[in-house]
Design a protein around this ligand. Structure first.
Ligand code: URA
Length: 213
């Protein structure tokens, strides 16, 4: 892939993630297993994305001795793009239950494939927070681009985009507008078909997560 496009793209190369991805990609995987695997991959992506978040030191006492311990320096906001982004939210909230959640409602016009904004409710305090924009599929890249634009318009300065499968076209589109925002993905697939689906991909992430196939 073109170097400029891979800058700031973090591909999670990890055996456990690869095994979970096989579950997600397999068309015979039932909804309950799909949900569980997506939530687990979300936690692994969050672990990677938060690796270098700054921490503050606070004094605690273990049962054996006092020590200086770490605490996250900034609050965390999860911003799932509805509806499929909710599939990443569940697992992440298990790890950071105190995080605030903003919802971004975008649907894809089936003809133009462009995102249409129908709902956006974001918490205050975006400028001070680590903001994770969530959408499992970085396909055309237009929804993620629009989502990031909405977050910046509300003052977010520290944004990371988290997806499960990306493709080159989507990465290029996102990068062209938001080169400052790092992308974290569990896979990068080669193609986008004429219907805007990533190939081989995993199908419609929202339908598979919510069981609406
Ligand atoms: N959205 C999905 O759910 N799947 C794709 O492959 C592309 C967009």
């Amino acid at each position: 892939m073109n170097k400029a496009r891979t800058d700031n793209v973090h591909l999670l190369e990890h055996s456990l993630v690869a095994a979970k991805m096989s579950v997600l990609r397999d068309k015979t995987t039932a909804t309950v297993q799909f949900r569980r695997a997506l939530e687990q991959v979300a936690i692994l992506l969050l672990t990677e994305a938060s690796k270098h978040w700054s921490t503050l030191v606070r004094k605690i006492e273990t049962p054996l001795a006092p020590m200086a311990a770490a605490t996250l320096a900034r609050p965390v906001v999860f911003a799932p793009i509805l509806r499929a982004g909710l599939g990443l939210l569940e697992g992440m909230l298990r790890v950071i239950p105190e995080a605030e959640v903003g919802h971004i409602g975008l649907y894809r016009d089936e003809v133009t494939l462009r995102p249409v904004n129908y709902y956006c409710r974001l918490p205050d305090g975006l400028p001070q927070s680590h903001v994770l924009l969530l959408d499992p599929m970085l396909a055309t890249g237009r929804s993620a681009t629009e989502g990031a634009t909405l977050l910046k318009a509300q003052g977010a300065t520290s944004i990371q985009f988290i997806c499960v499968v990306a493709c080159e076209i989507g990465i290029g589109q996102f990068r062209s507008v938001h080169p400052d925002i790092p992308i974290y993905s569990a896979a990068i697939d080669p193609e986008l078909n004429e219907f805007g689906y990533i190939v081989p991909g995993l199908g419609d992430a929202g339908d598979r997560y919510f069981g609406t196939l």
